[in-house]
Design a protein around this ligand. Structure first.
Ligand code: PHE
Length: 463
């Protein structure tokens, strides 16, 4: 029997950037701003941060433990741990989540790719000669055309195909070294570009209102559904509850500090989201738009406005969307890796074939279901179209449920000594205090919090 080759990341820095590459993505640049906008600003941000610290970081540590201890994919890991087969449902749910996320994520990544292309073609140049309201309306209609809502669905479908081809080629090439290099060099540049956006946004008239919206919590705007959304965003942002981090950790170096890396990744991720928010909300207010009404077009309708009257604005815009495309691509790679690692290690299908199988499923289902105007593009499940349904099902249900089960598994089923040995790198790290804290949170806080949010959203309890 052919033994699957397991590549490892080459160093601690590589581990950090690869993990951050999975976390950073459309979640920061696209989802975070529009969810903050839709859910009332600062209060939502506050709940989100609580979720990152009490749910996100502990679950990430737990997934790192499962992955590195077993060095297996998200399903094989539970066999390796000799767990009751029930726990494998975490892995199967993870594969389902990764597919559902990819159905819509590749669509949005396609919008980003197409903005790079539009920038190169000069589609945004017209903005510099328009006054505010006209410019805002123009970016709105460019966005609608991009998603296929304003004309035909063919364009976004082609972009979705291009995204999938790019991601598949990277994974087939197996260039972990390539990914490492790309993320290591380009993510810092993304950081700098977002800061340039921030400076521009903060010098706009009315920028203060935008900052107030983001940072002044108005708790009256919170309700059960926005709390659930904040929790879902924390899981989605940090790629948790669905096996991605289990799979990635199976490639980690032995000396990586599994308790410290999650904190570094989470803080960097929060920082990028905040920087994106600081770039976007001042523009919303100074161009007379409404944060609540802007919906998922927020990123795409505001960023062109940031650059419209800057010297080299178009060039900056191209760079900005190019780097966002890179972030989306590295996140997609980690999404695709979950089912591919499963097919190649558990079902012994070779890697290239596995990639082709999964990408084809994503392409076919994605193209037929997420575009307005495609075959099932107008189908509804309850009050949601399929795009929203995939998003809701994964972020708000499957990933928190996966996180809940992982917390129970590592908190109550795994042998405490094994856990300690792995997290302390066989006793070489001094984690006595942090381990106690982690154990307490993962056993009592994380599962109870997820449960409360679920019960609250079902209106069984209210708070
Ligand atoms: N964390 C990524 C983002 O915020 C999305 C993602 C979710 C990636 C789940 C992998 C797994 O864009």
């Amino acid at each position: 029997m052919e033994k699957p080759k397991r590549e490892n990341f080459s160093s601690g820095i590589a581990v950090f950037f690869a993990t951050l590459g999975s976390a950073l993505g459309l979640g920061n640049m696209w989802k975070f701003p529009y969810l903050v906008g839709n859910n009332g600003g600062g209060a939502f941000l506050f709940v989100y941060l609580i979720c990152v610290f009490l749910l996100g970081i502990p679950v990430m540590i737990s997934e790192f433990f499962i992955g590195r201890h077993t060095r297996k994919n998200a399903i094989g890991a539970f066999t390796e741990l000799k767990a009751n087969p029930f726990w494998k449902c975490i892995g199967y749910m993870g594969i389902l989540s990764s597919l559902f996320i990819m159905f819509f994520y590749t669509d949005v990544a396609g919008w980003v790719y197409s903005y790079v292309f539009r920038g190169i073609k000069g589609d945004f140049n017209i903005l510099s000669s328009l006054e505010s309201t006209k410019a805002a309306n123009t970016t709105q209609s460019i966005f609608l055309n991009t998603t296929g809502a304003g004309n035909s669905a063919i364009n976004p479908m082609i972009w979705q195909l291009i995204v999938l081809v790019v991601v598949s080629l990277i994974i087939i090439a197996g260039v972990k070294k390539g990914i490492e290099k790309v993320t290591k060099t380009l993510l810092p540049i993304l950081f700098i570009l977002v800061i340039i956006c921030d400076i521009r946004a903060l010098t706009l008239q009315g920028s203060k209102e935008g900052l107030n919206f983001l940072f002044n919590p108005d708790f009256s705007k919170l309700n059960g559904s926005s709390i659930m959304t904040a929790m879902g965003l924390a899981f989605f942002k940090l790629s948790l509850g669905m096996g991605t981090m289990i799979t990635y950790a199976s490639y980690f170096t032995n000396d990586n500090n599994l308790m410290r890396t999650p904190i570094k990744v989470a803080l960097s991720d929060i920082m990028v989201s905040l920087l994106a928010g600081i770039a976007i909300f001042p523009v919303v207010f100074s161009f007379g738009m409404k944060p609540e009404g802007s919906g998922m077009g927020l990123l795409f309708t505001t960023v062109p406005l940031i650059f419209m009257k800057l010297p080299f604005g178009n060039l900056l815009l191209i760079a900005f969307f190019f780097l966002t495309a890179i972030a989306a691509t590295t996140a997609l790679i980690s999404l695709l890796e979950v089912p591919v690692a499963f097919l190649s290690e558990e079902l012994k299908i070779n890697r290239t074939k596995s990639v082709i199988i999964i990408s084809s499923i994503v392409l076919i289902v994605g193209i037929l279901t997420v575009h307005p105007g495609s075959l099932f593009g107008n189908a509804m499940i309850g009050s949601r179209n399929l795009f929203d349904f995939y998003d809701f099902l994964t972020s708000n249900i499957l990933m928190p449920l996966g996180g809940f089960l992982i917390a129970l598994f590592v908190g109550y089923v795994v042998n405490k000594n094994t856990l300690y040995q792995t997290l302390s790198n066989n006793g070489t790290l001094n984690i006595a205090v942090s381990f106690k804290l982690y154990q307490f949170v993962i056993r009592y806080i994380t599962p109870i919090l997820v449960l409360l949010v679920f019960l609250n959203s079902l209106q069984i309890i209210t708070f």
